[in-house]
Design a protein around this ligand. Sequence first.
Ligand code: SAM
Length: 235
Amino acid sequence: MPVQSANRRASLSKRRAAVSEMFDHVAPRYDLVNDLLSLGLDRLWRTQTVNAVEPKPGQLILDLAAGTGTSSHPFTASGATVIPTDLSEGMLAVGKVRQPGLSFVNADALALPFADKTFDAVTISFGLRNVENVHAALVEMYRVTKPGGRIVICEFSTPTWKPFRHLYRRYLVRAFPVVVPFTSTNPVAYDYLVESILAWPDQRSLAAELTRAGWQRAGWKNLSGGVVALHRAHR
Ligand SMILES: C[S@@+](CC[C@H](N)C(=O)[O-])C[C@H]1O[C@@H](n2cnc3c(N)ncnc32)[C@H](O)[C@@H]1O
């Protein structure tokens, strides 16, 4: 094995372990902190995500980076079967208690334990930002999607109105450190959250990334002025 590739693998597995450990720590309070920091808007974003996926009875949906299953649960009302999949054992353990009706799978987005062309739709909410290699994850999601199937990504994005964008960034940088110490078991994780949101590509760049990974007809819808964007594309 070439030295460089061995080093790269070691660094990837270290990073994967770090991400997983970080979410293991925040798992018990994750949903509460989400509700507080998003001022309850996360519920609206989740409904919009389900609408964009358009699940039908009998369909099979992969919810990747599903965490505690909060993003998966809204799919159950549609009659589709949703498979919540996540890297963090801690998040899954909390999810299994809170959502006992769901069949959680422990897996890495970069090496999914599913056959080619398995799912009618794949979706990922607030997870793609945390994955080490976004391009590889989008290619892997493409692999497990049936031809004609769709991908929906719900992720923080760039507010479109400039004055609001500045306010929002100030909220992220100033409000998070105030709220988090009262709620989270690991404030470092939320520092990481702010940094990763600020560094994340804007709507157009993520759509281009989807196309680069083989997805077709990539487009997006802004939610809450672009605080969040729903990207959708087809295989
Ligand atoms: C912010 S949480 C989102 C959870 C859930 N989708 C939601 O909307 O509440 C991000 C999740 O991504 C998971 N994650 C990070 N890297 C991952 C990877 N490579 N494969 C699978 N899951 C991953 C974390 O374990 C964590 O549960």
